[in-house]
Design a protein around this ligand. Sequence first.
Ligand code: UDX
Length: 446
Amino acid sequence: MARTIAIIGTGYVGLVSGVCFAEHGNTVWCVDVDQAKLERLQRGEAVIYEPGLEPMLQRNLHEGRLLFTNDLSQAVRHATVLFLCLPTPPDADGAADVRAVLETAERIAHIVRDEGIDQLRIVVTRSTVPVGTAAMVRERVHALAPAADIRVASNPEFMSEGNAVRETLTPDRVVIGTRDPEVIAMLQELYRPFVNNYDRPLLVMDEKSAEVTKYAANAFLALRISFMNELSVYCDAVGADIELVRTGIGFDPRIGRSYLHAGLGFGGSCLPKDIRALAQSARQAGTPLRLVEHTWQINLDQLRRFADRIRQRFGGTISGRRFGLWGLAFKPNTDDVRESPAHKLIALLRAEGAQICAYDPEAMTSTRRVLGDQIEYASDMYAALEGADALIIATEWAEFRNPDWQRMKSCLHGNIIFDGRNLWQPSEMEQLGFEYHSIGRRSVVP
Ligand code: UDX
């Protein structure tokens, strides 16, 4: 049965979840404090760059199943299930700051109490929150509205940017953290169109395990990447090729092929934040997670090592050197630059006096907002190379893979490429006459 639900927070997780719930026939109240954003959403603008989202948003708006408001009380009045999709930014220690989640839960409790709502309300934590958050939410709402029937559950999301709509509509799994039979039944009903019994299960567990599952998933992905990045340094030292090793291990079904790409390391709004939060939570629990701690350190080292390599190539100083940089987004197919390795590399190079002229198919505007005129922005990928001492690849956009080599040579000051994403084969670059440095593979110097 289609339900009326609420999504509190129309960020990445909230907006995609809300639109997908509406797509399955539910009426979804989307609440946010950002009035300008709500107006854009109301006009059918997706606000974020996410394939497939905008047409689905427009269709469901048109059908009247998506309602945008800054008035939380409207949502609480109408919706049985309220998904909290609020930011949990890192504090100074790296721990996740759950104030927005707790404050919103308290506001929900006030509304339920003050308006005398006596039907069931289920508050679901959907954004990534540290273990124990659902319990804290429960404690707060029960203290404020002891007579109300408010239940709390955890339901972490696992979507990745660029694939969020597909991953939400056809998730690998849905994790529900609660032992409350009524809540399980309600969430099972809501998720029925998204899951099946053979390869897209709905997994019910206790809420703490659900909360840890989310961090464990992201930490494990990060760990795989850092493992490969650390191994790439070893491959470099002993003359092996990390790309061949990657395929050599990836075909083992116990290992699998994804998340084994060595490069400049992982970025984005989740992996870096979540592994630091997990590490901090584990330290607090008196059970430090050593692998997780090192995962982060290796990620930082990988970038520094790449910058060192560039410096060494130019005789120990890059002051006054000019670099063309391809890729600013933290990964391809997004305009998101949060914790982008490209941005971190820019900071390292600029700190040593280098000039950067960058190009990215989607992330120029988002970068300009952060870096302003610290770098130059090229009108296309070749313009970024005009007069540059070298090309640096920081993000593996598909359109960089098959460039016009002659045009590159005529734009570049020399013929040097530092490829932080292993786009090309060293042998190919040898034939083309480039000096080519990549990750965990032999360098080519003509
Ligand atoms: C991630 C998780 O995949 C998702 O499940 C979670 O809900 C949120 O965090 P996302 O932040 O969109 O999603 O990025 P993801 O595609 O996982 O990539 C993270 C980073 O790892 C990127 O910077 C990417 O370039 C890097 N990466 C990924 C590698 O360096 N090597 C790889 O093999 C894979």
